[in-house]
Design a protein around this ligand. Structure first.
Ligand SMILES: CC(=O)N[C@H]1[C@@H](OP(=O)(O)OP(=O)(O)OC[C@H]2O[C@@H](n3ccc(=O)[nH]c3=O)[C@H](O)[C@@H]2O)O[C@H](CO)[C@@H](O)[C@@H]1O
Ligand SMILES: C=C(OP(=O)(O)O)C(=O)O
Length: 419
């Protein structure tokens, strides 16, 4: 199994190009199933999750052609199967995103239950309830969600919890329903907005994207389109935290500061100087040690759970005590134990981590347990004295494009060890 070796101590300095957002490209690829013509998706990041999603659509019979300009041309017309099998869904929860489009466009879907994972139980009851409200008949049997429908009918749906992929699944399905659907308590994440913009470019009529109420006027068909995926705010935030932890200066380009308000505010509290342009963010720490910050995760526009692990790492070497409260997932502190192996002082109390910053960490072999946990371990390795080896880096490849090359270009001493 591949590992990443980091020899810590170098400040990150320079420019890094940000890739397209994982959590936007996956629903957008799923949305292509709704069209009756080819769709071209641009700014596609080279990620393991994207490869898995392309394999999933390919197995259904969808034709996908990747060109060398980070574009994927998707032709849904040759589709012949409506099944998302367990062996693919278990490696990538986002496979659940094919459920809504399949049932809306073809009246049938069979999608494996994603099951629990390292960060919590992650049920899909809201996806199912939303599709049932639109008129689908849904059964869960033998580990599969089996859905059938004639043409879906618009409905008013109040989500019990704010769910990103749940909102996306129901929104996609509603685009082809007869009549109007209103989704209340909808997720407002920039990736949900990006999906809505892509669907509208395909002929959908969605209003209210980016607010808690989505109104979707159903249309007869969705047509082809060409769409560029939003930059990845979590990748951006991860590099900025790396700069803050190492006392460096990094400009992230090809990104969008307006999707990162809560994260940038916390970095400023930690002592970073931030400047932004239309498509770049620069963080300058001027060699200073960060100050500890308190963070409470919650749905957008609040602080994102996908940046929690990285701020946990920052607090480990910060001045003072930082308290991190995770309210979105019930078990997202698997990285805490690994960080203590590097010398961090972390006390866990339920969904809260109380971190007393220490002046230095020391390198050790550590194990990644999930995507953002692995990113936080790499960040900790950048400041730890000596060698840190992060094992199970396949988690990081799900969501970060060429992370060791990008960090290496910023001056980090980092390389991949073949498994
Ligand atoms: C591919 C993708 O976009 N993944 C993101 C998405 O995951 P995902 O869409 O899976 O996360 P959700 O927004 O659905 O989860 C939020 C909370 O709602 C609960 N819940 C969700 C659905 C449901 O039917 N019932 C239910 O109870 C979950 O257990 C969790 O406690 O949003 C998360 C929260 O911002 C991010 O961490 C993930 O990176
Ligand atoms: C939890 C994440 O992703 P997923 O929902 O794909 O597991 C993430 O991106 O941090």
């Amino acid at each position: 199994m591949a590992k990443i070796l980091i020899n810590g101590g170098e400040p990150l300095r320079g420019e890094v190009a940000i890739s397209g957002a994982k959590n936007a490209v996956l629903p957008i690829l799923a949305a292509c199933l709704l069209a009756d013509e080819p769709v071209t998706v641009g700014n596609v990041p080279h990620l393991h999750d994207v490869t898995t999603f392309i394999e999933l659509l390919g197995r259904m019979g969808v034709q996908l052609v990747l060109d060398d300009r980070m574009k994927v041309h998707v032709d849904p017309r040759p589709i012949k199967s409506y099944v998302a099998p367990y062996e693919l869904v278990r490696t990538m929860r986002a496979s659940i995103l094919v459920l809504g489009p399949l049932v809306a466009r073809f009246g049938a879907a069979e999608v494996s239950l994603p099951g629990g994972c390292a960060i919590g139980s992650r049920p899909v009851d809201q996806h199912i309830r939303g599709l049932e409200a639109l008129g689908a008949e849904v059964k869960v049997e033998n580990g599969y969600i089996r859905a059938r429908a004639g043409r879906l009918r618009g409905a008013r749906i109040a989500m019990d919890v704010v769910t990103v992929t749940g909102t996306e699944n129901v929104m996609m399905a509603a685009t082809l329903a007869q009549g109007t659907t209103v989704i209340e308590n909808a997720a407002q994440e920039p990736e949900v907005v990006d999906l809505a913009h892509c669907l509208n470019a395909m002929g959908a009529q969605i209003e209210g994207a980016g607010t808690a109420t989505l109104t979707i006027h159903g249309v007869e068909r969705l047509h082809g389109a060409s769409y560029e995926v939003l930059p990845d705010r979590i990748e951006t935030g991860t590099f900025l935290v790396g700069a803050a932890m190492t006392g460096g200066k990094v400009r992230a380009r090809g990104t969008r500061a307006d999707t990162l308000d809560a994260v940038l505010a916390k970095l400023e509290q930690a002592g970073a100087q931030i400047s932004c342009g239309p498509d770049w963010i620069e963080l300058d720490m001027a060699g200073r040690r960060p100050r500890a910050v308190n963070v409470v995760t919650a749905p957008y526009p609040a602080f994102p759970t996908d940046m929690q692990a990285q701020f946990t790492a920052l607090n480990c070497i910060a001045e003072g005590v930082g308290v991190i409260t995770e309210t979105v997932f019930e078990n997202r502190f698997m990285h805490a134990l690994e960080l203590t192996r590097l010398g961090a002082d972390i006390r866990l109390e339920g969904n809260t981590a109380i971190i007393q910053g220490v002046p230095k960490l020391s390198g050790a072999p550590i194990m990644a347990t999930d995507l953002r946990a692995s990113a936080c371990l790499v960040l900790a390795g950048l400041v730890a004295e000596g060698d840190t080896i992060v094992d199970r880096v396949y988690h990081i490849d799900r969501g970060y494009e060429n992370i060791e090359e990008k960090l290496g270009a910023l001056g980090a001493r980092i390389r991949r060890l073949a498994g």
